[in-house]
Design a protein. Structure first.
Length: 252
């Protein structure tokens, strides 16, 4: 019976020590109440273990797997990190070919978001894009945005690389992905489209963040100057009221 209980815990993402401890505690509790020896554990214990497995499995998924926050890192490479409730990285996706190249030799899954962002920015692949005129942008969409932005403010992304931090609406994550864009580029595309109706998502996708900012500065220079990781000058509403759909060609 003990072996069956142990096998029931295998799908759970926990250490063997945690599994063994849980089995031991359950066994002791049932024996105390029933007066049975370990080799005589009855069906009620199996039922209890099944419920416990289900409870731990659901709780583990909720804490570890459920997407809660998104951090978009854009220079020309565009890379997005998905974070769980514990601010651990559970998903890493490139949004262009440059991003794929940067991620090739990096292992970011399971890391704390600060560690992951710093490893990403300081990687050899990303360093070649961090030239003098490069713009490093980190865009955060999260119900925990203040916590995440505060962490980025104290990291080398801000203190050494002068990264600019922006907050975005969680509702824009899906729209950005439908356009094939990172959240960071999509936010600039939205802002820019308020002033230039000819701009398209496809065009923005192939531009660097520096090029996008140069174009946007023709209309809204304050937006560029006020967004940095020191947390000053960020939009109260968190996003621009631009187009929320993708255009593949220029307006006539």
């Amino acid at each position: 019976m003990s072996n069956k209980i142990q096998q029931a815990f295998e799908p759970i993402r926990a250490t063997d020590r945690m599994k063994d401890t849980a089995v031991l505690i359950l066994s002791e509790k049932v024996m105390q109440q029933s007066g049975q020896r370990p080799g005589m554990l009855s069906r009620p214990l199996a039922a209890i273990c099944s419920v416990l497995v289900l409870w731990i499995g659901i709780g583990g998924w909720y804490l570890w797997e459920k997407p809660v926050s998104y951090v978009s890192v854009d220079v020309n490479p565009s890379i997005e990190l998905t974070l769980n409730r514990l601010n651990r990285v559970t998903g890493v996706e490139s949004r262009n070919a440059e991003g794929e190249s940067v991620l090739k030799d990096l292992r970011l899954l399971g890391r704390d978001y600060i560690e992951a962002v710093e490893l990403l920015v300081e990687s050899d692949g990303m360093q070649e894009y961090l030239t003098v005129d490069a713009d490093l942008i980190l865009t955060v969409a999260s119900p925990k945005e203040e916590e995440i932005l505060t962490g980025l403010k104290s990291s080398v992304v801000s203190t050494h690389y002068q990264g600019m931090c922006r907050r975005a609406d969680l509702a824009n994550v899906t729209s950005a992905h439908e356009c094939g864009m990172s959240l960071g580029k999509y936010e600039v595309y939205q802002r820019l489209s308020q002033y230039d109706e000819s701009i398209t998502a496809e065009e923005c996708q192939h531009m660097t963040m520096h090029q996008l900012h140069l174009r946007l500065s023709q209309y809204d220079d304050d937006y560029i100057e006020s967004h940095s990781c020191d947390g000053t000058g960020e939009d109260d509403d968190g996003c621009a009221e631009g187009r929320h759909h993708c255009e593949s060609g220029h307006h006539q």
